[in-house]
Ligand binder design. Structure first.
Ligand code: XBP
Ligand code: MG
Length: 256
């Protein structure tokens, strides 16, 4: 095999992929921030599912105002007000992570440790705010885990969030790798669109809010990354010999 084609890096999404953070993490943090701002808004589980079509917390708040609270759009300081509300939301999310409220999904820690042993680079490409990424990694894998990732692309580092490919382009640039040397792991249609538009082979592990989305173009769709003791369920893609994702399977997908 040409070394240029060898799998060099795995690019992980965060929300829904590393951990199921939306329903009982981000949603609760938004609601806590609304309360702190004396707003009578409550994003219940169904409404939040609808709002998730918009990636990015600040963008999601603006979308909610446009659809459900148009009077609020008349604020003269709207942009700053949303930014302040979102900052408060981030603090609440960090507290939830510090309390250890959300575990990593099956197979995530195992695969990260294995990729490190195999000297395959780790990167993150996410829409979420950087503080959320570090809080999650710290609470689940320990303080030093942040340093295991060669590149972390997060939040507003690029102007256009997923489904635009910008965050994946930015991470590939930082890694100095081409898309064909890497594979992305995502959980959502917006994330898949973003990775595919950057030409990345993409594995989907479905999450709470995303299991009925359209994952055409993914190398495979799985319930999760699986463990030898707790195999994944395969939803789409070519039949696999094992019930857990390891670096060999990822290399094969990257080199299809
Ligand atoms: C994640 C998101 C984020 C989080 C909230 O999408 O859409 O907006 O819900 O994060 P993906 P912030 O998993 O595709 O990256 O509030 O920090 O923006
Ligand atoms: Mg996601």
């Amino acid at each position: 095999m040409n070394t240029n084609n060898k799998l060099q890096a795995v690019l992980f999404d965060v929300d829904g992929t590393l951990a199921d953070t939306e329903q009982d993490g981000h949603r609760l943090a938004f609601n806590a921030a609304f309360k702190q701002f004396d707003l009578d808004w409550d994003w219940d589980i169904d409404l939040y599912g609808e709002l998730l079509q918009i990636t990015g917390g600040k963008e999601r708040i603006r979308f909610y105002l446009e659809k459900y609270r148009p009077a609020e759009l008349n604020r003269t300081d709207l942009k700053e007000w949303i930014a302040g509300l979102h900052k408060t939301k981030t603090k609440h999310f960090e507290s939830l992570m510090e309390a250890g409220s959300i575990p990593l999904r099956p197979g995530v820690a195992r695969l990260i440790h294995e990729l490190r042993r195999e000297k395959i680079k780790l990167a993150i490409a996410t829409t979420t705010t950087m503080e959320n990424v570090t809080a999650l990694l710290r609470s689940t894998l320990g303080e030093e885990a942040i340093g295991w990732f060669d590149v972390i692309g997060a939040g507003d580092i690029v102007p256009l969030k997923k489904p635009a490919p910008d965050i994946y382009h930015w991470v590939l640039d930082q890694l100095k790798l081409t898309a064909s040397q890497c594979i992305a792991v995502e959980d959502s249609e917006n994330g898949l669109k973003s990775a595919l538009a950057a030409n990345l082979p993409t594995l989907i592990t479905v999450s709470g809010y995303t299991r009925s989305q359209d994952f055409s173009g993914a190398v495979a769709v799985l319930s999760d990354l699986g463990e030898p003791s707790q195999p994944f369920t395969q939803i789409a893609g070519p039949a696999l010999e094992k019930g857990w994702v390891d670096h060999t399977i990822l290399s094969n997908w990257a080199n299809r």
